[in-house]
Ligand binder design. Structure first.
Ligand code: SF4
Ligand code: SF4
Length: 164
């Protein structure tokens, strides 16, 4: 499949390739957004989800699909994806803000409470952000999952932060 750009996705093409959460599901709280669009032999996300929300099946090159109603937004799959292609988006975080959780494999690891700069899929600065959670248990095998709070209008755009 040929993508519009090399190295990053446009939201428009993502929404054509992957089934994204509905507005109704977003209103219920955090949910996985799978941005995996290339048919590669890979499936640790499927095995990682103990709620059975992610399905790849056979053949292993199928794109993953997510049953958003089964997803609790726990974030485990984010740490297990070698493609760094899964995010947890919570558009119901507060009246005006959302959160986005993403894998962050750089040093130093951000700390809760830090003020940072959020970036989009292309690495361009989008807005100020606040780190509200960092999950880094041994089971995540050195792939911390960082959650930032951002203005709600950027929830589909922000996918990481500028390196510290
Ligand atoms: S966030 Fe948790 S519940 Fe949702 S798909 Fe990932 S592992 Fe499953
Ligand atoms: S683990 Fe990541 S890269 Fe592999 S199939 Fe799942 S979402 Fe795609």
């Amino acid at each position: 499949m040929a993508l519009i750009n090399t190295g990053y996705l446009e939201y428009e093409e993502l929404s054509q390739i992957q089934k994204l959460p509905s507005d109704e599901r977003y209103a219920k709280g955090p949910v996985a957004v799978i941005e995996c669009v290339q048919e590669i032999p890979c499936n640790p996300c499927e095995a990682a989800c103990r709620f059975g929300a992610i399905h790849i099946g056979d053949p292993i090159t199928n794109l993953p699909t997510c049953s958003h109603d089964k997803c609790t937004g726990c974030g485990v799959c984010v740490s297990k994806c070698p493609g760094l292609a899964i995010f947890i988006v919570n558009k119901a975080y507060s009246e005006n803000t959302a959160t986005v959780a993403f894998p962050y494999e750089y040093m130093p690891t951000p700390e809760k409470g830090m003020e940072v700069t959020a970036v989009n899929r292309k690495g361009e600065e989008v807005c100020d952000a606040k780190v509200v959670n960092v999950m880094n248990p041994a089971a995540f095998d050195h792939t911390p999952v960082v959650t930032v709070e951002i203005p709600k209008e950027y929830a589909d755009e922000v996918r990481s932060i500028k390196r510290l």
